[in-house]
Design a protein. Sequence first.
Length: 93
Amino acid sequence: MADVHKAEIADRVAKRLNASPAEGATALNTVLDTLQRALKKGDRVVVTGFGAFEVRQAKERSVHSIKGGAMKIVPAHRRVGFSAGASLSAAIR
């Protein structure tokens, strides 16, 4: 299994659009920026067939520290969650 990096995705977008690599990168960056802005506002982002991104609240919890094994408190925080859509789930099965 290999990692697919942002630059490779941008190149694939450019090829699908018959555009330059710079235009592919601009298209990808525009989509990612739009997703980030929506999530920052607290909106749920639904990409039909692919999945949904949403900001979730994580509770404060205690964990064992890797160094020394002492208990450490992880404060409550917001995080991004993703739920795969039906088409994506079917494609990876």
